[in-house]
Structure formats: structure tokens, C-alpha cells
Design a protein around this ligand. Structure first.
Ligand code: FES
Length: 124
């Protein structure tokens, strides 16, 4: 199953309005994640608001039949984007979606917000 990274491209971190930035922090992070994910087999998409606005920037990592995760509190940096992609690759390689803590990139530690178990199949 393909692992998808969904990036909120409307996230704005504290101080964004005063910063004079023309692009949202989420849009900057989305571009960095898209670039880091190129050629990995991961898929990316953007969305407007994952409802975690007060702990921006936010992303979700999901695959059918696996544990799904929301991560937040990211700065829009190359290091954050690479950590998200590296962790998502381990999610893709894991049958359950669970990634052993020892494999977690430093950039994602302390950034997990929610974990959702996979939905049961329609036939039970
Ligand atoms: S704007 Fe990104 S979670 Fe709401």
C-alpha cells in the first residue's frame, strides 16, 4: 500500500503575520516535502487545514490498512521535511505502519500529535 504524506499548506506559525512572508509556512513546508519525497515511491498531496492550526505546521502520514498519524509543530525547514519523508519511508516499509522508535529521525521526535488505527474492512 502506498504511503501518502498530506501537508497542510495553509498553516501559519506564530509570528507569520508580522514576518512579511508572502507564502504560508505550510506552503513552504509542502514544497520541501514534495522535493524530498521525489523518486521515493511516497505520494504527497496538499490540503487546506488539518484542524491543528495552533500547533502548525501539520502533516498526516497515511496508508490503507495501516496505522495513520498526524504530526505537527514543524518549522518549514529542509531538515523537518527530510525527517518527515524518512519516517514516512519506514511507515511504508512497515506492515502495520508502526515504526520502531529507534528508527525515528531526530526531526520527527516530539512532533507526533495523533495516531489512528486503520478502519476495519466493510465486511467485518
Ligand atoms: S491551517 Fe494548517 S492545520 Fe489549520
Amino acid at each position: 500500500m502506498t504511503t501518502w504524506i498530506t501537508i497542510c499548506d495553509t498553516c501559519k506559525r506564530d509570528g507569520w503575520a508580522e514576518s512579511g512572508a508572502t507564502r504560508t509556512d505550510g506552503a513552504v513546508l509542502a514544497e520541501l516535502v514534495e522535493s524530498a519525497a521525489q523518486g521515493t515511491g511516497l505520494r504527497t498531496r496538499r490540503t487546506a487545514c488539518l484542524m491543528g492550526c495552533d500547533h502548525s505546521c501539520n502533516v498526516a502520514v497515511q496508508a490503507m490498512g495501516k496505522l495513520n498519524y498526524t504530526l505537527g509543530r514543524f518549522e518549514p525547514t529542509k531538515e523537518a521535511a527530510q525527517g518527515i519523508v524518512d519516517w514516512a519511508l519506514d511507515h511504508a516499509a512497515s506492515e502495520s505502519g508502526q515504526v520502531p522508535y529507534r528508527n525515528w529521525p531526530v526531526a520527527v521526535k516530539g512532533h507526533f500529535v495523533t495516531r489512528h488505527p486503520p478502519l476495519p474492512s466493510d465486511d467485518g
